[in-house]
Write a new protein. Structure first.
Length: 394
């Protein structure tokens, strides 16, 4: 146990979160069982350590961070370890990559029932269905999602500003005033393309080749987050990877399920299941017409964020596709997104009609019943809003 405390103290002392994530204030930390899901590479480990740093002194043994990657836990269960920690006065146990432990959900339930004054905060993959697939956690776990950097967080990091997030309603009704508060301090256009290319994943800060790092991360998403957690056989990995590549290269559009099934030599139903797995892993987003959902064929499949586009096939990254991908990813956290009547159109929350378009396109006929999210501009007016501002939603 002392070795774990020494590791905890070292990690907390050397943790430097460059941007304080808004999720830190959205979580109700009074809950006893908190699950934090997120795609690989968005900073879940740093988030746990930052929580420990904010709430406890580094040498305070009431809080302990552990990682299930440690081989020690191959021979000892979570509940047994938590019991020893609890008896030594432990109050908060932070468990990273909980899914690496066999029967982890049953172990967490045992902790919850046996140690009433112990709080457990754990991280897991975005593909995990905490309540649906783990009934023993029903009613006791509060689940949250940690996302990659928003454009707002990216700008704050690059400029040292502390811009706050806005709701969609605030942006729609007050975007002209909001922009006037931002533009004197920073020019978003100077940072927008960098964000589109590499700003979503915090590891762009590391002194390594970003694209190579992202490709490695994408492989881990398919090999671990999909195969391991979904308990799929290794022989299906090449089919999933090939499907993902084909969807990525095709760009945002309705997939030809029959053609894809033929290409990867499997059934239509299996292709749809693979597409759902890729969406759960936050590698793609699947968008339906209003009123439809899985397992129906999606009206549009696009990569989860624009950084993935440039890592997979940079010469195919079209500007309009990247802008639509940014739009969908920015709204995905708190809003329901459906495809609209034509390319570039989307229905948000079953009522608002949006069009993602180029402000420099002089052929667009503007309509009063549509909100235009426009790129190639820093300012907007009335129902024409600057697209970059939607990156301030979280």
């Amino acid at each position: 146990m002392d070795a774990f405390f020494r590791t905890h103290m070292y990690l907390v002392e050397h943790t430097n979160a460059p941007v304080r994530r808004t999720l830190m204030d959205e979580i109700d930390w009074k809950d006893r069982m908190i699950g934090i899901k997120g795609t690989r590479g968005v900073g879940k480990t740093t988030f746990l350590l930052q929580y420990a740093k904010e709430k406890f002194a580094p040498d305070d043994t009431q809080c302990l961070y552990i990682n299930m990657n440690n081989f020690y836990f191959q021979g000892r269960g979570i509940a047994d370890f938590a019991g020893e920690f609890y008896r030594r006065g432990g109050k908060v146990l932070l468990i990273d990559q909980v899914f690496k432990q066999p029967y982890w959900s049953k172990e967490l339930r045992k902790c919850y029932d046996s140690y009433p004054n112990l709080k457990i905060v754990f991280t897991g993959s975005s593909v995990m269905r905490l309540k649906e697939e783990n009934p023993e956690l029903n009613g006791i776990v509060k689940s949250y999602n940690l996302r990659g950097f928003s454009f707002r967080e990216f700008i704050n990091l690059q400029t040292g500003n502390d811009f706050k997030p806005y709701t969609l309603d605030e942006i729609l009704h007050n975007h002209e005033h909001i922009v006037k508060r931002i533009l004197p301090k920073v020019s978003p256009a100077k940072f927008f393309q960098n964000y589109i290319h590499h700003g979503f994943y915090p590891f762009f800060l590391e002194n390594r080749n970003f694209s190579e790092n992202l490709l490695k991360t994408m492989n881990m998403m398919t090999e671990v987050d999909i195969l391991l957690i979904k308990q799929m056989e290794l022989k299906y990995l090449t089919k999933i990877k090939k499907l993902f590549y084909m969807l990525a290269v095709d760009g945002p559009k309705s997939p030809n399920i029959s053609q894809l099934a033929h290409e990867i030599e499997t059934s239509r139903a299996t292709v749809m299941n693979y597409i759902k797995n890729l969406a759960d892993a936050r590698l793609i987003n699947i968008i339906y017409p209003t009123g439809q959902t899985f397992p129906k064929k999606p009206a549009k499949v696009m990569l989860h964020n624009s950084n993935l586009m440039y890592a997979i096939y940079p010469i195919k990254a079209e500007r309009q596709d990247a802008m639509e991908t940014f739009f969908v990813n920015s709204l995905w956290k708190d809003h329901h997104i459906n495809v609209g009547i034509k390319d570039g159109y989307y229905i948000i929350d079953n009522k608002m009609k949006f069009r993602v378009c180029d402000a420099e396109n002089t052929k667009i006929r503007y309509s009063s019943d549509t909100i235009y999210a426009r790129y190639h501009t820093e300012v907007g007016k009335d129902n024409k809003i600057p697209l970059w501002l939607l990156g301030f939603l979280y």
